[in-house]
Write a protein that binds this ligand. Structure first.
Ligand SMILES: [Zn+2]
Ligand SMILES: [Zn+2]
Length: 340
């Protein structure tokens, strides 16, 4: 496919889509676009996460009497499944698009591939090895820990587990709201770890990958991973059911790849391609202090002035915000330095 029909490439080789990013249309009064938005809301990403959830529900989760006890056997089983699932899903995008490079740099935002740029900030000077090890040794164990704890709470009646037969409508609404819960939880936790020393201490590890690839998705400090995966715990507080909690978790874990694919479209045939929805979070990795949330289902970035839709105007607004921040910091520094 010709990616220049859909975007522009600058002199340095960076590709950007020509269409600006849009928040969910009901927030911007574009009600005629709701139908189209609904289709994109369901297909393909959330349908894939739902299928993964169904696979966990019917084939992976042990029975409830077993999950009443906290034991190593079912915990390790869940870790093995989580690790295998991520290895297959993230690994196949890495293998075909970053190792085999079947699409070259078509629709790739950054023309470079991480493996071509060794850097001292990474373990073994390799972004790939660093990101891979952090995912499998830190983030996936923490994901599993939160999953085991939540299921154990449900099994023991420490949750507000509502019966799907009596409350099917509420549970259907809740399933539909899972991406919105994700966006609010992710925005708040993510914004928090961008503040002051928390950034340096916790979140800078994730941001070492300025040019992210799928393995970067879960390359996190343990505290960040705990905040990230804890959105499943909302289902212990809300009237909910373990299936919905599992959908929340699989959307978080398997969905983390979305912002880190690095390509705007994944080509399926010569004429057809799948939209990745990666650009919002790609810009966050590029500019750091924009787009803390996701695609704007709940557009907190827009409401708090940190939304970047890829346009020149948004770029100007961002630069102005950074300039004001610098001035503020300089003023603070000057007032704290004693006069001679
Ligand atoms: Zn990221
Ligand atoms: Zn960040």
């Amino acid at each position: 496919m010709d990616d220049l029909k859909y975007g522009i490439r600058d002199k340095r080789g960076n590709w950007a889509p020509s269409e600006p990013l849009e928040v969910a249309p009901f927030w911007s009064g574009k009600f005629n676009q709701i139908g189209q938005w609904l289709v994109a809301y369901v297909w393909p990403h959330n349908t894939i996460f739902m299928l993964v959830t169904l696979a966990y529900w019917y084939f992976i989760l042990p029975d409830w009497t077993k999950m009443k006890e906290l034991t190593w056997d079912w915990s390790l089983w869940l870790y093995a499944v989580n690790a295998a699932g991520i290895f297959v899903m993230y690994g196949s995008v890495e293998f075909f698009y970053y190792f085999k490079r079947i699409q070259g740099t078509r629709f790739k935002y950054n023309p470079n591939f991480p493996s071509d740029k060794p850097s001292d900030v990474f373990w073994f000077k390799s972004q790939n090895i660093d990101n891979f090890l952090r995912s499998f040794l830190i983030s996936i164990p923490i994901w599993t820990l939160i999953e085991v704890f939540t299921l154990w709470c449900f099994a023991n009646g420490y949750a507000h587990w509502v019966d799907p037969k009596d409350h099917w409508l509420w549970l259907a609404v809740l399933i539909f709201l899972v991406p919105a819960i994700h966006e609010v939880h992710f925005y708040c936790g993510h914004w928090l770890i961008h503040q002051g020393p928390l950034y340096k201490w916790i979140h800078s590890i994730h941001h070492n990958s300025i040019n992210p690839s799928p393995w970067s998705s879960m390359s996190m400090h343990p505290v960040e991973a705990a905040i990230f995966f804890s959105e499943m715990l909302w289902h212990l507080l809300l009237p909910s059911a373990p299936f919905v909690a599992m959908f929340q978790l699989t959307s978080t874990a398997y969905g983390a790849i979305v912002g880190h694919i690095g390509f705007d479209k994944l080509e399926l045939t010569d004429e057809r391609a799948m939209n990745s929805h990666a650009y919002t979070h790609y810009m966050h990795h590029k500019y750091f202090e924009v787009n803390y949330g996701a695609d704007g289902v709940v557009p907190l970035d827009k409401w708090f002035g940190t939304w970047h839709d890829g346009t020149k105007q948004a770029d100007e607004r961002m630069k102005e915000r950074f300039r004001r921040k610098k001035e503020r910091l300089n003023r603070r520094k000057a007032s704290s330095t004693p006069a001679e």
